[in-house]
Design a protein around this ligand. Structure first.
Ligand code: COA
Length: 378
């Protein structure tokens, strides 16, 4: 039953920061192969003695066929592509300067605020939700809150690739309960820094980006582009199949900070098999609790990790193959951008929908974690 005592909640604006630098699959593979050749030459004796397995070349054909990814945006291309480095190079900043994560967050936030017609003073909650945080504290959200002149409160939250959808639920609940009226959800995803560019199995997966969403009470919204949040649904189920062991205990454990387990690791095939049925069932159940069938949804803005994965989720949901019009794919251009992927899809592909059209944003990722947001165009 609808509770009329609770304020209705809308998404009234989105923003996207996209780095200027692009790495194509061809550039990425050339750099990986140069790195593999250097490593193999450096360890030629061990390889010849059978004590070490040589590194094998990567291939553009494999990447495109297995994932659907064609390129990715990154904040620092030269560091990633340098076969003697294989990670981005960022200059450390003094504490008095805006942090890198906050910088891209403020860019996306200002675009979302402009789209929603909001000033900093209108915002009374800032959720910085991303798969990685630049530091332990103070919260990135507090720095972003100060930089945009927002009031209220801010906090960081990490639910890996589901950080954005989980944050939209927190924002919607804060508005419904009256603890906030207008919340900025911002997702600065500098995934190039957690990706292991030296691992052929995953070196092609991620890209950098930042998304921002304004979530507010319908009563205060003035934007011409509003989406009512009809419902949110979150679920988690523990799995080690996507894991990163970097953390504040590392130095006390006397482990190597550059060891393989201190960056992104996954069992990609297991993730694919286990998450597809979970995500399809989750979305179906969510829609049913709101009285809708999956076929009534005009557009699905799904998590962007793998083209085949999204096609299978949709096939289970609507019983047939669907194209970009029902479920737009942005990962060919952006790669996997962790929690930002489904939000980029929404940001780039909602303008053509009509009033009262239904849409679903759904993320899936480490945890496992799945979050869905059912929207109706106002
Ligand atoms: N270039 C060429 N060949 C490669 C390669 C590369 N870069 N990486 C792996 N291969 C090879 C493997 O060695 C393997 O060879 P083999 O059959 O001779 O053993 C073969 O390709 C298949 O490898 P596999 O890892 O099983 O590939 P896959 O089809 O599962 O595709 C992913 C890999 C990662 C693209 C896919 O599993 C995936 O996207 N899974 C979902 C991941 C996900 O959603 N994660 C969430 C992250 S937040």
């Amino acid at each position: 039953m609808k509770d009329h005592s609770m304020p209705r909640v809308v998404i009234s604006g989105t923003g996207l920061f996209q780095p200027a630098q692009v790495i194509t699959n061809a550039e990425l593979v050339a750099s990986f192969n140069a790195f593999a050749d250097l490593q193999n030459a450096a360890h030629a004796d061990e390889i010849a003695a059978g004590m070490r397995v040589p590194l094998v070349h990567s291939s553009v054909e494999f990447i495109e066929k297995a994932s659907g990814i064609q390129q990715r945006y990154v904040l620092d291309k030269s560091g990633v592509l340098d076969p003697t480095r294989m990670r981005p190079k960022f200059a450390p900043r003094p504490d008095g300067e805006l942090s890198l994560m906050a910088e891209i967050a403020v860019d996306a936030a200002k675009k979302a605020m402009a789209a929603a017609g909001k000033q900093g003073r209108d915002i009374d909650g800032v959720l910085c939700a991303a798969a990685n945080m630049q530091r332990a504290y103070p919260a990135m959200a507090c720095e972003i809150q100060a930089a945009i002149g927002a009031g209220g409160y801010g906090f960081d939250m990490n639910v890996a690739c589901s950080s954005a959808t989980f944050a939209i639920e927190q924002a919607a609940n804060a508005i419904k309960s009256g603890s906030a009226t207008c919340v900025l959800v911002v997702n600065p995803e500098i995934t190039s820094a957690h990706l292991e560019w030296r691992d052929r199995d995953c070196h092609f997966i991620f890209g950098d980006v930042c998304t921002a969403v304004i979530v507010e009470a319908a009563d205060t919204a003035t934007s011409a582009d509003q989406w009512e949040v009809l419902g949110t649904k979150l679920v988690t189920q523990f799995s080690n199949n996507i894991r990163n062991n970097a953390g504040f205990l590392n130095r006390c454990e006397d482990t190597d900070p550059d060891a393989r387990d201190k960056t992104f690791m996954q069992e990609g095939r297991k993730v694919f098999k286990e998450v597809v049925p979970m995500a399809a069932a989750h979305i179906e159940q969510h829609l049913h609790t709101l009285g809708f069938e999956p076929t009534q949804v005009r557009r699905y803005w799904l998590h962007q990790a793998n083209l085949g994965m999204n096609q299978l989720v949709l096939k289970k949901l609507v019983g047939r193959e669907v194209g970009d019009d029902i479920a737009p794919i942005i990962l060919s251009e952006y790669a996997n951008t962790a929690s930002a992927g489904s939000i980029i899809a929404f940001h780039a592909h909602h303008a053509d929908l009509k009033a009262r059209d239904l849409g679903v944003i759904c993320s899936f990722g480490a945890g496992y974690s799945i979050g869905s947001v059912v929207l109706r165009r106002v």
